[in-house]
Every structure is written in C-alpha cells, then in structure tokens.
Design a protein around this ligand. Structure first.
Ligand code: B12
Length: 442
C-alpha cells in the first residue's frame, strides 16, 4: 500500500514558494509512526510550501493532510479535488480536531487528536476497504516514540526538530495546546530524547516543546546535562516561559541549557498591555521581573526573541508603539502576530460575538484582523502590524541585538541569532511589499 502525506502551504493562495527552512515535523513523525506500525506501507511526503501541489499528479490512492487553521481552505480544496478523482482522503491535525463537522465534508476519514493510538487501525481498515468516517485518538504516555524520518524529502531544510514533552500546564486563552494535548504535561524519557538528537543526521534543530524549561526545572536540568554529555556539535532553539527565571535554580538551568546546545529562546511575552495579558490569562507565566529575565538569559549566552500578540480587543495603537520602545530599549527582537482567536480555544468563544463576517479560515494566520474592535478598523490594525514588523528588523538593529548576547554563547548563539533574525526581517519586508489584497469571502 502507498500513502502520500501532505503539509499544506503557509501562504495565502497556496502558491509554490521558497517555503520555510524547517522540516515539517508532523510528516517526518507520521512517517516514523507508519514504519513502526505498518512497515509494509510505502510513504511519500510532500511539503506543498516548497513543492507546490497538483491533485492530478498524485499517484497514490490514499492521501493524508495535516491541517492548521489557516491552511484549512487550501487543504479542503485539494481534498475535494482528490476525492473527485477517486482518491481516499484522510484529514488530521489541530483544526480538524477543533471542527470535525466542518472537516468531515471534505474527507473520507478524519483523525481527531493524536495518531499513536489509532494509526495502525486506520491503515488496516483502509486495506480491508472499511475506513470509518471518524477516529479519535487517546492521550497516551509518550515513551518510546518512533523517530522522525528525515531522508524522504526532495528539498533541503536547515532545521530539524525534536520534542521532549507534550501538553502545557498554563491555561492561556488564545492557545490550543492545553485543549488538544492536555493540561497535564507528558514527558518523554530523557534517554529517548538524547539518543534521538545524537543519532540525527541534522545539526540545527527547533525544540518544538511549548515550554522547554517551565514544567519541571529539575527534569529540564537533568535533560540538558545529559544532552551536554552525549550530543556533540548540535544546536537548537525553543519556546519558553519567563516565570521560570524567578526560580533560584534558573542560573544552573541556563548554564546546562547552553551547554546542551540551546542558542535562543522564543519567550512568550504575549503583550505589553496588562489588560490584554489578563484577558489572555497569560499573566502567571510572566514572572516578577520580566525585563531582567531577558538580560539574565542573554548573559548566559542564549539569545532571546519575544513572541507578542497585538491588535487584541483591549489594545490600542499605543500598544504597537510600546513594543517598538521595548525592543529599542532592551535591544531585543520580537515576533509580533495579530491576536487571533483560533477555533477550540477559550478566546474564540470570548471573541465569537465580534468575529468579522465573511472571512474564511485563511485569514486566521496571525497577519489579518478577524474581529471587530471598538476604536480601530481591521485595516488600521493590519497596517499597524505590518509597519511594526518592518520597523523591528533593520540590519543595524539586528547587529546591535546580536552584540547583546554574552561571549559565553560565542559563536553559535551569535550566528544562529543572525540566522533567525535576518530571514525573518526579510520575510516581513516582502510581506509588507506584496500585501493588502481584499479579504476572501467565505
Ligand atoms: C512546529 C509548529 C509550527 C511550524 C510548522 C513547521 C512546518 N514546516 O510544518 C511553523 C513555525 C511553520 C508554525 C507556524 C504557525 N503556527 Co504553529 N506550531 C508548531 C508547534 C510548536 C508544533 C507542531 C508539531 O509539528 N508538532 C509535532 C507533531 C508530531 O505533532 P502534531 O502536529 O500535533 O501531530 C500529531 C497529531 O495532531 C496528529 N496529526 C496531525 N496531523 C495529522 C495528519 C494526519 C493525516 C494524521 C493521521 C494525524 C495527524 O498526529 C500527530 C501525532 O500524534 C505547535 C504547538 C504544538 N504543541 O502542537 C504550534 C501550533 C500548531 N501552531 C499554531 C499556530 C497558531 C501557528 C501560526 C498560525 C502562528 C502565527 N500566528 O503565525 C503559524 C501558521 C502560519 C500559516 N499561515 O499557516 C497553533 C495551531 C492553532 C490552530 N488552530 O491551527 C499551535 C497549536 C500553537 C498554539 N500555541 O496554539 N507552527
């Protein structure tokens, strides 16, 4: 049996683009899982970001798509076209799990939640001609996960990935993670993670945990200590909370994290506006002195980039400016995205009365306004995001920021800081140049 697994494009319109330098984690992982549960199945993977996608050119009779919310319109279109050609289509991922009734209309089968508990059954049922319309996964322990398969691509990627835990103990209202992967964090055994990273053919990674150090500081220290012993000449970045920097053990944590190859953290700053932080239920993870935390991390030789949401219902134009000031004062990079209420989150329910009519899910991509605001039009907010991003990444500012990282991280933290910031600045500029099409009607 043959199956094609597809990662949809991130851009509007599904155009073939240079794509991201990050290998799509789901596809590498699902290939590993398939090899384990049904080694006889031949898997082909396709990153539609890089390769484009033409349903007419698909040879396989079974096609699986992984779907995030902004990818749903594209994925549904391709799924409909494939089914007209007589192919069977399976849809899975966060958006499908959030809106199964919508997704069912475009698939022979939908997979809800995690795939480990059900993937063998799906493939066996397909073989018997007895695919069910819906399969629901359980949240199993994550011991002994299959390794991602990295050698199936037609294109090259700079970054691989690894995962050490699933779930999140914070309850931020905008976030899908605690809803879908559970509010109790499941950890992989340390040896599994270390062996996987050490055995990978890749050198640079994204640690895709939602919080690389905030769950259990002793476990994180132990993991990093073990990585520093076993993993040689590999570097990575990952997402983290700020409150962990209040912990007396954080100095030790940072030392081992850097030795384990951590070069940069994407910190969940979320907002400069205390009312928005409160609305997002993200105050608890900020800690007592969040500006000092940035300095502490960079002094340990690890770079910082802030993840920030703007344009929420509590925000005004002043809040966009305060991010410019914050980044200039602290010489720190930020990745601002438009506040977006994703289906299945608490924020979606809170913002439901204000959602703009006539939008399709493609607008839920962190670039577009998706709800009304008491004082700002959607266009004002979208322009403000574009202008803010354009202001944050001139080369002179990138260089100033790279120089803020302590010599302890030299040279890899400095090199990877540049590698993360420079392409991001270019992408933001490109987006600003080509933007401002009309909104897509539903
Ligand atoms: C890696 C990642 C990315 C990478 C993806 C890299 C790539 N090349 O594919 C990048 C950086 C591109 C990215 C971008 C975005 N992301 Co993101 N990202 C993640 C992250 C951290 C990990 C996802 C992952 O790969 N996990 C590892 C794989 C193995 O697990 P998995 O995807 O959950 O898959 C399992 C199941 O879901 C299931 N499954 C999934 N797909 C399929 C398909 C089939 C056929 C089957 C059978 C099973 C199946 O099986 C797997 C094993 O159990 C998650 C957070 C998280 N914890 O999930 C956020 C997350 C997925 N991202 C999210 C968001 C919001 C975004 C952005 C919109 C952010 C923004 N505002 O700019 C953009 C999307 C831009 C766009 N226009 O599409 C949200 C999704 C919300 C939603 N409703 O879609 C998440 C959950 C973060 C969050 N805090 O809420 N992201």
């Amino acid at each position: 049996m043959d199956i094609l697994l597809v990662s949809p494009p991130f851009g509007e319109g599904g155009q073939k683009s240079k794509g991201l330098p990050i290998a799509p984690p789901v596809l590498e992982y699902l290939t590993g899982l398939t090899n384990r549960v049904r080694p006889d199945v031949r898997v082909r993977v396709m990153d539609a970001n890089k390769e484009g996608f033409d349903p007419e050119k698909v040879d396989e009779d079974l096609v699986g798509f992984t779907v995030l919310t902004p990818q749903a319109p594209w994925a549904y279109r391709q799924a409909d076209a494939l089914r007209k050609l007589g192919k069977k289509v399976i849809l899975g991922g966060i958006h499908i799990t959030a809106l199964p009734e919508e997704a069912k209309q475009h698939a022979d089968t939908i997979v809800l939640g995690e795939a480990e508990s059900l993937w063998k059954e799906v493939l066996d049922d397909y073989d018997r001609g007895a695919l069910k319309p819906v399969y629901s996964g359980e949240l199993l322990p994550i011991d002994n996960l299959p390794r991602p398969v990295t050698n199936l691509w037609n294109t090259k990627y700079v970054y691989g990935y690894f995962q050490t835990s699933r779930g999140c103990h914070f309850r931020c209202s905008f976030c899908s993670v605690h809803k879908f992967f559970g509010g109790k964090v499941r950890m992989r055994p340390i040896n599994d993670v270390v062996n996987e990273v050490a055995g990978s053919d890749r050198k640079l990674f994204w640690g895709i945990d939602d919080n690389i150090w905030g769950v259990n500081i002793d476990r994180s220290i132990e993991l990093y200590r073990e990585m520093s012993r076993t993993v040689r000449h590999k570097w990575w970045f990952g997402s983290a909370d700020i409150v962990t920097m209040d912990n007396p053990k954080s100095t030790q944590l940072l030392k081992w994290a850097r030795r384990a190859g951590l070069t940069a953290v994407l910190l969940g700053w979320e907002s400069e506006n205390p009312m928005s932080l409160d609305e997002y239920r993200a105050t608890r993870k900020q800690g007592s002195k969040r500006r000092d935390a940035i300095k502490k991390i960079r002094d340990a030789g690890i770079d910082v980039m802030l993840f920030i949401m703007v344009g929420g219902r509590q925000d005004t134009l002043k809040d966009f400016d305060s991010i410019r000031t914050l980044c200039d004062d602290l010489k720190v990079a930020a990745h601002p995205v438009m506040t977006t209420p994703f289906p299945g989150t608490d924020l979606y329910e809170e913002y439901r009365p204000y959602l703009l009519p006539g939008l399709d899910w493609g607008s839920f991509d962190g670039n577009h306004a998706t709800f009304t605001h008491d004082t700002l039009t959607p266009e004002q907010r979208e322009d403000a995001v574009i202008n803010l991003r354009a202001d944050l990444f001139p080369t002179s500012k990138i260089i100033q920021r790279v120089l803020q990282i302590s010599w302890r991280g030299f040279p890899m933290s400095h090199i990877t800081s540049w590698m993360i910031q420079y392409p991001q600045g270019r992408a933001f500029k490109e987006y600003a140049r080509g933007h401002r099409g009309p909104k897509t009607p539903a």
